[in-house]
Design a protein around this ligand. Sequence first.
Ligand SMILES: Cc1ncc(COP(=O)(O)O)c(C=O)c1O
Length: 381
Amino acid sequence: MTAHHPCIYLDYAATTPVDPAVIQAMNHCMSFDGSFGNAASVYHPFGWDSAELIDGAKEQVAKLIGAAPSELVFTSGATESINLALKGLALHPDNSKRHIITSATEHKAVLDVCAFLEQKGFSITYLNPDQQGIINKDQVLSAMQDDTLLVSLMHVNNETGVIQNITEIGELCRSKSVLFHVDAAQSAGKLVIDVKHSNIDLLSLSAHKFYGPKGVGALFICRGLPTHLSPMIHGGGHQKGMRSGTLPTQQIVGLGKACEIAMERMDADLNITQAHYDRVVDSVSGLSGVIINGDQDRHYPGILNLSFPGRDSEELMMRLKRFAVSSGSACSSADRKPSHVLLAMGRSADLAHSSLRISFGRYTSEDDVKHLIQALSALFP
Ligand SMILES: Cc1ncc(COP(=O)(O)O)c(C=O)c1O
């Protein structure tokens, strides 16, 4: 709990606060006595300064995912990266392939782009996971066709925390010459990612999910892709024409700093998060009827998805109003549709309507967890 909010923040999968060191690095890029220049101003030191900072940030992002700096394009976040990856590939004039494979448990940023491409004449296979939320390699293999352009899968699911086996699926895609895009919005900065080892061709990430600012992300585009990407935003030809627009130095520097900090803290953050997760899971498994959604072995501990059979998530959230939690994903909670992720995992609409997503992060304290456990127990008089 903070002085400003009489509420404990347990919604880190929706977004995270910005790390103070990130804010400091960003502040330096805005004022007259700092590096405020336009990185595209090649004739004076104000521009050179910003260009140098952007190059540094590119190295920090590249390091986080095992890429080369030249393989990155900065965007406004994961949604834009995903749009550029999927539409950019599919709509390129040289592309003649018309089939894309994805899963029914993807974020809307992927599902809505796929629906758009369907309207443009592409055919999309939406794989259903097993009851634990896992897509297996054989399903991907049997969905492949001669004209399959791309497989797009998320690394960590934003509602359940389930981790897909991207290395196994990447290997399969490479062996079949099918491109592989990974939505790493929930895993970048939290789990080890090595795009080369996992045979990933395209990867989307977003700073605000790991203590960087909102409004900036990156798309990794593997060097030497057999298919080109069409840009989605045209203009001054920035970023080799892949994404025009003056580079927001402060946002990009913030993303870079968040990557650097994430690398330093990854093990420690993960251990603490796992400890919080284990404590809550231990206590809820004693509460009658509570179901933990998602595979427990292949799972990121920052996200806990619980169903409370016979209860309604809105009622539960009212009773837990000291805690900022979410019912399903933040984006779909306004429209009261049952979670498409839980439905795809074979849960009933009723069970999906009785679920809560609790997500932990860097500033979650043991006290926060203790209060949560007490409040969850109090739901069962
Ligand atoms: C799995 C996943 N993909 C994509 C996004 C979209 O990211 P952004 O908010 O950076 O556009 C999110 C965040 O809501 C997410 O959780």
